[in-house]
Design a protein around this ligand. Structure first.
Ligand code: PLP
Length: 383
């Protein structure tokens, strides 16, 4: 008997459908040089001090004196302490409120296990689709909120128990302002709701928006903040993430749940993650982030020059672009692929209201972006 909730996850508008269409196109046209603006993965390798730390961790596992085995369900203490010292002690948190895990994709929906299955879950439309699909897989009741003209989720009239906010945003490329977040925190406090704040792109923030939701008054009472080493330190394949679960929400039951559901993130990945905070790693990581910013700025300017309506790309590595000629997302995807051998991500993958938009990622290389934009310009000139 298959979980009936899984049947609710639509196959029609997914990344897997886009991947399948690209695969079929490449198989039918093996001679074509297909380039991608869709890559959500990073293009900078892991920096050397982190690699060194992981080599050392591997060696430690080779003798029982330094061996590390079961037991660190919430993360190894040294990493939890490092995260606390660098990012959360100023908000008055303790190490007990920091949890290490193997990825924010997992964390963003596993946190639902803390709350009643009756809890009403609110996600944005469009938004990172995992919140909706992950909640559906857990048979939760999921509702969608539209975004306003600044791509910020509108505050509903009704009561919801769990609210997902993604800022800086995938896919819209914007970040919530202090005022936006204060409104949501006020709503959550009033409704006794919890905000699940996906903050994996915090490292890309350049403008004067909050880098953490805990900069907002009252957030410590109602918000769980999720962060990941994936994008900032190229851990997309290595896997390590962390989150803050404030005591004011609960840590007692969550610890019990976690001991029973998770045996901890990989020791090697955690030792690598600890080294992310070394000054030399931070210096090199900032260079990588500068590279991504340059790339996204180049893409942004090039699309604007071609007359596209472009959003985002300042505080997040994504552009959210309106499809030309009133095309729907899939039509636009087809047009880019078949006319120019370029892959974009159809906006509808992120929710029905994302139709009519497409997403462009700045996490690839500048060389790749330049090739794509030259091809796009040539195509425009040839028409
Ligand atoms: N949250 C958002 C908004 C993302 O865009 C992504 C990855 O693209 C993730 C979470 C997944 O992060 P992780 O690699 O830590 O699972």
């Amino acid at each position: 008997m298959i979980n009936p909730s899984l049947l609710e996850i639509e196959e029609e508008n997914t990344f897997s459908k886009a991947s399948r269409l690209v695969r079929e196109y490449k198989e039918a046209h093996p001679e074509k040089d297909v380039l991608s603006l869709g890559i959500g993965d990073v293009s900078c390798p892991i920096v050397p001090p982190v690699i060194e730390a992981m080599h050392k961790a591997v060696d430690e596992l080779s003798d029982m004196e330094h061996f590390s085995g079961y037991g660190s369900y919430y993360g190894i203490d040294s990493l939890r302490q490092t995260i606390l010292d660098h990012e959360y002690s100023s908000f008055g948190f303790t190490r007990d409120e920091i949890f290490v895990s193997d990825g924010t994709k997992t964390d963003s929906t596993s946190i639902l296990e803390l709350f009643s299955p009756e809890a009403k879950v609110l996600v944005g439309d469009p938004m990172y689709p995992i919140y909706r699909n992950g909640a559906l897989a857990l048979s939760r009741r999921v509702y969608e909120a539209p975004l306003d003209e600044n791509f910020v989720m509108e505050i509903p009239e009704e009561h919801y128990d769990i609210i997902y906010i993604c800022s800086p945003s995938n896919p819209c490329g914007n970040a919530y302002s202090r005022e936006d977040l204060q409104r949501w925190v006020n709503y959550a406090l009033k409704e006794k709701a919890v905000i699940v704040y996906d903050n994996v792109y915090a490292c890309f923030i350049q403008s004067d928006v909050p880098k953490s939701i805990y900069e907002i008054e009252g957030a410590k009472e109602c918000a769980v903040e999720l962060r990941s080493f994936s994008k900032v330190a190229s851990f997309t394949g290595l896997r390590c993430s962390y989150y803050v679960l404030p005591k004011a929400i609960d840590t007692k039951y969550w610890k019990e749940r976690t001991i029973n559901r998770f045996n901890g993130a990989s020791y090697i990945a955690q030792k690598g993650a600890e080294a992310v905070f070394l000054p030399e790693s931070q210096r090199l990581i900032q260079e990588n982030i500068r590279h991504y910013h340059e790339n996204i700025s180049y893409l942004r300017e090039s699309f604007v020059e071609l007359g596209y309506e472009v959003h985002g790309g300042i505080d997040a590595p994504y552009l959210w672009i309106r499809c030309p000629k009133d095309m729907g997302s899939w039509e636009c995807f087809d047009w880019f692929l078949k006319e120019m051998d370029i892959i974009i991500v159809p906006g509808i993958i992120f929710g029905r209201r994302g139709d009519g938009y497409f997403r462009v990622s700045g996490l690839g290389t500048i060389q790749n972006s330049q090739k794509i934009m030259e091809r796009l310009k040539r195509h425009e000139e040839g028409r």
